[in-house]
Design a protein around this ligand. Structure first.
Ligand SMILES: *Cc1c(COP(=O)(O)O)cnc(C)c1O
Length: 389
């Protein structure tokens, strides 16, 4: 399998296995990390601040708080808006576990909403049905990189006095009616896990226009201490206060250096993802084997994932056929409300989200990442189009 990605093919090789996603790290990224290693600050310092400012500017948000993962950013978001015991937060069932778990960390109750069959985005009509007097917030997930129906969700949230949170771990760089993801919800959360749009190794960021939530998150990521080490040093203070315990969710400057360097390449990465997505869309236009999810023309998609529905109950066979050919297909995701923890602790059950339960049997994520060559895409297309039961 040829790879036209010179950047990191020497550093690491998957051999003949084509993964569903993979970071692109080049010499600039490596130099940026090395520069921090030679500097006085290894953990949260000037590079974290620079990364925060650059990301806030890119996504059209006033404040940004970098943390150790997307999951930590979701937890900061839930804590900032005051989720606690007795509170319900509506989340889509087709998402990564962390979206729902972040509500549990705060003692709240995730309430699972169904998804739209063509896009797997949260279904606003089901959100509306699942609102109760205890509902405090909605977490919209931009599944696969496509922004949700923010106009509709905003209207529902306003009418019921709810906070709208965006889990944009798939959609950094995407936009909806020309507005960037990061400016569409009350709080937006990003992940910099290597398989996401940009890599920091591990890392996440929360963006918001709400100064109090941003301030809370800065405290929450650092044990709940109101004055951090750098501030104390700058102001000649030794005294610190902890109004409530927080966590160690800090991002290091080492990770921030990689994330910041990668952010400069976001447009280039997105362009490559869009090219692969267009190649697939054209190839599967009349396919009897798979049907791609729909991408709306009101959205600029970030294409974190390329998800297709396998026709006529063929998913398991297609999955194994592609894996046997060295193609790293995956399933995103098994509905979260069917996880044993949620069944046991929150009484969720099959039937709660019928659309998600049905589509989850057919979907398959096929490889898409910036370092993928046209030949790689063609290998995937040929393997799928030649598949027969
Ligand atoms: C990756 C992901 C997360 C968690 O991000 P981490 O950085 O891995 O903690 C949360 N939600 C969604 C939808 C994700 O894809």
């Amino acid at each position: 399998m040829s790879r036209d990605d010179k950047s990191n093919s020497k550093a690491f090789s998957f051999g003949t296995f084509l993964p569903y996603g993979r970071q692109s790290v080049d010499e600039d990224d490596i130099a940026a990390v090395v520069e921090v290693l030679r500097s006085p600050w290894l953990t949260t310092g000037p590079t974290v601040a620079a990364f925060e400012n650059a990301l806030a500017a890119r996504v059209g948000s006033e404040f940004a708080v970098a943390v150790s993962s997307g999951t930590a950013a979701l937890h900061c978001a839930m804590a900032s808006i005051g989720i606690g015991p007795g509170d319900e937060v509506i989340v889509p069932t087709i998402t990564f576990l962390a979206t729902a778990n972040s509500v549990v960390y705060q003692g709240g109750k995730p309430v699972f909403a169904d998804v739209l069959p063509d896009s797997l985005l949260i279904d606003p009509a089901d959100v509306e049905r699942k609102i109760t007097p205890r509902t405090k917030a909605i977490i919209a997930v931009d599944y696969a990189g496509q922004p949700c129906d923010y106009g509709v969700l905003r209207e529902i949230a306003s009418r019921h006095g709810l906070i709208l949170v965006a889990d944009a771990c798939h959609s950094l760089g995407a936009s909806h009616y020309g507005q960037p993801v990061g400016s569409l919800a009350d709080i937006t959360v990003f992940s910099f896990h290597p398989v996401k749009l940009i890599a920091a190794g591990e890392g996440g960021m929360l963006v918001t226009d709400n100064a109090a939530w941003a301030e809370f998150s800065r405290t929450f990521r650092n044990h709940g201490m109101t004055v951090d080490h750098r501030q104390r040093l700058a102001e000649g203070l030794w005294r610190y206060d902890m109004p409530a315990p927080g966590y160690n969710y800090r991002m290091s400057d080492i990770h921030a250096a990689l994330g910041f360097s990668q952010l400069r390449k976001l447009e280039q990465f997105l362009a490559r993802r869009r090219l692969i997505a267009t190649t697939y869309a054209n190839a599967f236009n009349n396919s009897t084997v798979v049907k791609p999810l729909s991408a709306r023309d009101t959205n600029e998609h970030a294409w974190h994932l390329y998800v297709v529905a396998a026709s006529g109950g063929s998913r398991e066979d297609l999955f194994h056929s592609l894996r046997d050919k060295g193609i790293g297909v995956n399933v995103h995701y098994y509905p979260v409300h069917l996880q044993s923890y949620y069944r046991n602790a929150y009484d969720t059950a099959a039937g709660d989200c019928p659309v998600a339960e049905a589509v989850a049997q057919n979907m398959l994520s096929i490889p898409i990442f910036p370092g993928m060559s046209e030949e790689d895409a063609q290998i995937v297309i040929d393997a799928i189009n030649s598949f027969s039961l």
